[in-house]
Design a binder for this molecule. Sequence first.
Ligand code: CDP
Length: 226
Amino acid sequence: MSKKLIVAIDGPAGSGKSTTAKLVAQHLGYLYVDSGAMYRAITFLAIRSNVLNSNDEITKLAEETDIELKFADGKTYVFTNGENITDNIRSVEVNENVSIVSKINGVRTPLVEKQKAMSNINCGIVMEGRDISTVVFPNADVKIFLTASIERRAERRAKEYKEKGIDVDINEIRKNISLRDKIDSTRKLSPLLKDKDAIEIDTSKITIEEQVEKILKIIKENIKKF
Ligand code: CDP
C-alpha cells in the first residue's frame, strides 16, 4: 500500500484546482506543485525585461532561468534565480499575458521537463495545471479534470481579489477568464483538454470540501489497487 501516487489535476481558471490540489496534497502528505506559477514567473520576467514581443527572448528566459517553487503556509512561493517574485506573478498584467507566453514551444519544452523531474522524489505528488494529465504525466495514477460555469469561476476569482484588498470589476475578470480559456484550449501545443482517462468533476454547485472528499475517495480507491 506504500505506492506513491502521481495525481494530475487539470482544468480552466477558477475551477478550484489550486485550493483542491493543495488540500488533497496536504491530506495525503504529498508534494503540491502549481505548474501555472512557472508560466506566470516567465511571463513576469518577460514583462519586466520588456521582451514580450520576442519569442526568442522569452524562450531564452525559460531555458536559462532557475525557477524554484516552495510551498509553505498554504502558499506557493516562487523564486527565479534566487529572487522572490511570489507577489509579482498574479498581477493583472501577468494575467493578461500569461496565455500568450504559454503558447510558445520554447517556453513549454523546458518547463515541462522541469515538471516531469519533480516526480523524482520520495513521496507522492499532486500537480495542477492545464496539460498535466495529457503531457507532463500521461502515466499519472489518478487524473482529475475540474470544470465549472464561467459565472461561478469569475465570482470565485473576484472573491479572491477582494480578500487581497484588490478592487476589481467582475466583467473584466469574466473577459480575462474567457479569453484565457479560448487561447489555452485552442493552442496547437498541449491544449487544455480532458484526457481520455480523466474523471471530470463539475464544481459549479459543490463546495471545496465536497470536491476534496470526492477526489480523496477516488485516490483511495486507486491506492487499494496496489
Ligand atoms: O490559477 P489560474 O487557473 O488562473 O491560472 P494558472 O494555473 O496560474 O495558469 C496561468 C496560465 O498558465 C494558464 O491560463 C495557461 O495559459 C498557462 N498554463 C499552461 O499553459 N500549462 C500549465 N500546465 C499551467 C498553466
